[in-house]
Design a protein around this ligand. Sequence first.
Ligand code: FES
Ligand code: FES
Length: 233
Amino acid sequence: MKISFYLNRDLVHADVDPHMTTLVYLREFKGLTGVKESCNEGDCGACVIALGERTEQGIRYHAVNSCLYPVIRLHGKHVVTLEGISDSDELHPLQEAMENEHGAQCGFCTSGIILSLFCLFLRNATPTDEAILQALDGSLCRCTGYASILRAARSLAAQVQTDEDIENHLTPAYFSGIPERLDSIDELIDENRKLAVAARDYFIPEDLHELFEILENVDNPSKLTLISGDTDI
Ligand code: FES
Ligand code: FES
């Protein structure tokens, strides 16, 4: 069985190596070079993607370091890269704001910064300076000194005030169909929360209770490796 998830606009079915990172998968297998590789160990934020996960309040997007995120964990989620934040070839308002305020110099950090701010605005239409700085906490920029990036985020915050503004100006139109489309992926996970990918079993418990149930029921639990926020996958 393959994992299934939405990558920007498209449903993807992929038979992946459970040890592969999302960064490697996106750049080398999908050609999405808007995702940058720099430190490759979770320090710089160049590789940030927006990851949409279902919650009771709908899809919630958060910034994720793709260099640390096993690709197999994308199952049932929505991955958004720089290539997926606009409906057309036009610049997204965040990109325009960065351009207008000279928020990019070498540009290596820029896509991660834009995706981090994108997630912030989807959650919070009226971010304070503190919220903006917090959203940029995981992003290193060696060129700009951050002031121009902060100005860019502020200028966008001045243009949008409500969730409706965010939906109309910052969210691509194709996002509206994503919740239903993710629901249909759920049917692919069996009742044991198990995915058999690339001839290996991979379990995705949602809580400790499910984890212990799995450990009780597999043949050889000592052979299982627990992965959670691990940098050594
Ligand atoms: S490449 Fe630096 S955090 Fe991922
Ligand atoms: S613009 Fe060069 S690292 Fe940020």
